[in-house]
Design a protein around this ligand. Sequence first.
Ligand code: ZN
Length: 246
Amino acid sequence: MRVLVISDIHANLAALEAVLDDAKAFEFEAVWCLGDTVGYGPEPDECIARMRLLKPRTVVGNHDWAVIGRMDTEEFNREASRAVLWTREHLSAESVAWLRDLPNQPLVSGDFTLTHGSPRDTIWEYILYPSVARANFEHFETPFCLVGHTHVPMIFAAGADDQTPNVIRVKHGEAVALRGDRRTILNPGSVGQPRDSDPRAAYAILDTETATWLPRRVTYPISITQAHMRAARLPERLITRLEFGW
Ligand SMILES: [Zn+2]
């Protein structure tokens, strides 16, 4: 089965559309989304509507939770919190209902566990360092765990001793072979707000038959998203960061 793996769309419709367009060539049969469909960006309803059509397996992210009032905005920095408040005021009842139904527990699909932050702290923990990845290996039962939240595409593969994970900084278009005999944590990066100094939208195609993970980057019309954000009076810092990827 070929799976489109996406995360952290953050209400950026132009980025989401570019990803879906690029991914079409891979004839994916399923969509897995690792949370934060909304927050930061100007098109929360539109992004949720697109996602609902795709019938993805989706978990909830910290922004999704804050937007539906399950988390206090004091947990967020000033700009993120302003975007959460703006999103609350601009979401339809249908979108709120969709977000409310998302699980905040890890989802298991075959050999893969899906979560937003980490398997031990689904909403908040960032897996950016080998030490954090290693501490999480014992918190999932499947060989592979898919995470989002950091907005940085990367892979942590347990070493032979299960102690020191190898960090794989993935490259666009270079498929990574998946080994089922050791724990591996994979992050597809962010569709709507990349933070690895590459402003292109990020996603991955997972092929469970060939056991490969194909990282992809796609250019999208950033200025369109920025114009919508300006019209919505979202914070300037959030608008600027999109073109630099931080
Ligand atoms: Zn996010």
